[in-house]
Design a protein around this ligand. Structure first.
Ligand code: ADP
Ligand code: MG
Length: 273
């Protein structure tokens, strides 16, 4: 075997993001609610990683921890090898609800992340307009958020995240509020953009098909307290096309993961009785 090959193994690459042994409980009155239990995962540079888990299992809590909005009881968050546990502003974060500022125009919302990084305003506006055009938001630059449909607001919120200068993007169920058709359009759109840009992405969804369509790696989370049940490498080639979802191997993998999730949902329902 050629020795240089071993040196180039991707496993020695420093992960863009590493979640190491995170545990977290919420304390309410005298009760303690364990939400995350020894969760570890990593996102390689340019990798698209999804987390699929039952509703209420602790997925958004994990994002709050990664974003430094709350602190873990145990464990660390590392960004390119640096400890960022409890620190804000290091990742770009697209929340479940678009959360656009109603008093700012769409363009002013989209440029927010770049403004924060001190990119010159003219440059920022040029870049934002180019992307808004690509996202089907051309002509709406000066509109206010309430004038836009849910899908358009979501795209604006996504662009704000995309144009931030952080290496890692965390997306929390960004398409869950959309109808099936808009959702499919948005998946397609995200896939194209990501394949061009190759940002490191951590994506939360409860939709297994969506996770398989978009990701390189899928982590299946258990019911609360969430732990990693399975880590699945998605074997389908890139660029991905939607037709892959009709492939026999895709359907088989989807069936397998769906079965795992059903079992978890059941445990959760039984636990809450
Ligand atoms: P998911 O995103 O997987 O649906 P969350 O992380 O939002 O789950 O919530 C996990 C659990 O933690 C839920 O039972 C929720 O009610 C609880 N929870 C979330 N945030 C808080 C908080 N700030 N204080 C107390 N409990 C919380
Ligand atoms: Mg959530």
């Amino acid at each position: 075997m050629d020795k240089t090959q071993a040196v180039q193994e991707p496993s020695i690459q420093v992960p863009a993001l590493e979640v190491r042994g995170i545990s977290k409980s919420y304390r309410e009155k005298r009760r303690e609610l364990p939400v995350l239990k020894d969760v570890s995962l990593s996102v390689a540079p340019g990798e698209f990683v999804s987390i699929v888990g039952p509703s209420g299992s602790g997925k958004s809590t994990l994002f709050h921890l990664i974003g430094g909005l709350t602190e873990p009881d145990q464990g660390q968050i590392l960004l390119q090898g640096q400890d960022i546990t409890g620190k804000k502003g290091h990742i770009s974060y697209v929340p479940q609800q678009p959360a656009l500022f109603p008093w700012r125009t769409i363009e002013d919302n989209v440029i927010l992340a770049m403004e924060v990084f001190g990119v010159p305003v003219r440059e920022v506006r040029e870049e934002a307009r180019k992307w808004m055009h690509r996202a089907g938001l051309g002509g709406f630059e000066n509109s206010y958020p309430h004038k836009l449909s849910g899908g358009m607001q979501q795209r604006a919120s996504f662009l704000r995240g995309l144009l931030g200068r952080q290496e890692v993007m965390c997306l929390d169920e960004p398409f869950s509020a959309l109808d099936a058709l808009t959702r499919s359009d948005m998946q397609h759109w995200l896939l194209n953009i990501w394949e061009e840009n190759k940002r490191s992405v951590l994506f939360i969804t409860h939709n297994i098909e969506e996770a398989l369509l978009l990701s390189d790696t899928v982590y299946l989370f258990s019911s609360r307290p969430a732990t990693v049940l399975h880590k699945v490498k998605v074997p389908f080639p890139r660029p991905r096309r939607e037709e892959i979802a009709e492939d026999a191997s895709f359907l088989a993998l989807k069936r397998e993961l769906t079965q795992y999730m059903r079992e978890e949902q059941k445990k959760m329902l039984e636990g809450s009785r």
